[in-house]
Design a protein around this ligand. Structure first.
Ligand SMILES: [Zn+2]
Length: 361
């Protein structure tokens, strides 16, 4: 039973304070004073004034007030409480947050993977080889900062395609729409986990139905630190400029949590830099990381550098320098040129992991 309502009319300023309630004690005059002396454990109906020492249960409260005991209380409380025989006041235990457990993600069905694999290979070949795609490659390099292997992971779907969902092993009827745009695959744990299309005209990210929506993109090469961002393209960008400094994780959405395999890697990292988008969802979810990963550190972009790494890149911000300084501080001599964000052929040498090579995608 919650006894709050019986106290509320008699205790001024009664408000939740942590797990208990605090207000101005009606038995000594502390109204308006800096500290509220009256504490209430609303679940047990027990109260104590830390200023004057008065205390009791809900019955003795009315007795001491010289007030009639409300009818509802008479029938609903343990009979042994009706006297002064009450347990000593203790503030209720702080609400224990339910322990978070990382999820084991189920990859899309086999038929889906087969179809997706074909689509990925085809669209990667188109983006890499077709002379018509030169302009798209160029804009991915200059606007998103992608080249080398980071660019080679992406595909280009030149025209809208409709498949029957059934042919992709999906249960619901209707068409599977694959819009024209950049194809962004996430391949992990020997499976194609998800596929996103960044539409050419609007720049929307369409998650292909049947995808494992919570699968993060992991770009891991055994660095001692890791960085967590939201979008896949941002992850690829950071991997290109700083893949030798940090392992990179893309959550796809600020509210997604790492799966069991990602959690294992992140727990072992010396530091997990949390760099979610500079918006309310990003800020809110950064808190989750800080309270669930002792090695997490909030690592937003400096003010004025845009809401995500992609924007910062466009503004000419030195993303590599920003990460390197954080990872190494001043402990390593600065031999690098300052403008590593400029596109050139010498992108950091990054390799597909062995696992991804076996997948041959
Ligand atoms: Zn008091």
């Amino acid at each position: 039973m919650n006894y709050l309502k019986f106290f509320e009319p008699h205790v001024k300023g009664l408000k939740k304070a942590g797990a208990q309630f605090k207000g101005y004690c009606p038995f000594h005059n502390d109204e308006g004073s800096e500290k509220k002396g009256f504490s209430l454990n609303a679940e047990k109906g027990l109260w104590h004034c830390f200023s004057c020492g008065a205390e009791g249960n809900v019955f003795s409260f009315f007795k001491q007030l010289n007030s009639p005991i409300p009818e509802e209380l008479q029938s609903n409380s343990p009979p042994e409480w009706r006297g002064y025989n009450y347990p000593k006041y203790r503030s209720p235990k702080k609400e224990v947050k339910r322990e978070w457990e990382p999820e084991t993600l189920l990859p899309p069905n086999e038929k889906w993977q087969e179809k997706a694999s074909y689509l990925i290979k085809l669209t990667i070949a188109i983006l890499t080889r077709s002379p018509k795609c030169e302009e798209i490659r160029h804009s991915l390099m200059t606007e998103r900062g992608l080249n080398g292997e980071a660019l080679n992971r992406l595909g280009w779907n030149p025209q809208t395609i409709y498949y029957s969902k059934d042919s992709w092993g999906l249960e619901d009827s209707g068409d599977l729409w694959i819009p024209r745009g950049i194809v962004i695959p996430v391949i992990q744990d020997r499976c194609i986990q998800r596929l996103q299309i960044r539409t050419h005209d609007e720049g929307d990210h369409i998650l292909l139905p049947g995808s494992c929506s919570k699968a993060p993109m992991r770009l891991v090469s055994g660095n001692r630190c890791a960085i967590v961002v939201e979008s896949d393209l941002d992850a690829l960008l950071l991997w290109r400029v700083a893949g030798d400094l940090v392992d990179v994780f893309a959550l796809r959405s600020a509210s997604n949590r790492p799966d069991v395999n990602s959690t294992e890697i992140l727990r072992k990292a010396e530091k997990v830099y949390v760099s979610l988008d500079s918006d309310s969802a990003g800020r809110e979810n950064s808190q989750w990381w800080l309270s669930h990963f002792p090695n997490a550190k909030n690592f937003p972009l400096p003010p004025g550098k845009g809401k995500d790494p992609g924007e910062a890149f466009k503004k000419g911000f030195n993303l590599r320098g920003w990460i390197r300084e954080e990872v190494y501080g001043n402990t390593r001599p600065n031999k690098e040129t300052s403008d590593v964000s400029a596109i050139n052929a010498s992108s950091v040498g990054m390799k597909y992991s062995e696992e991804e090579k076996r997948n041959n995608l």
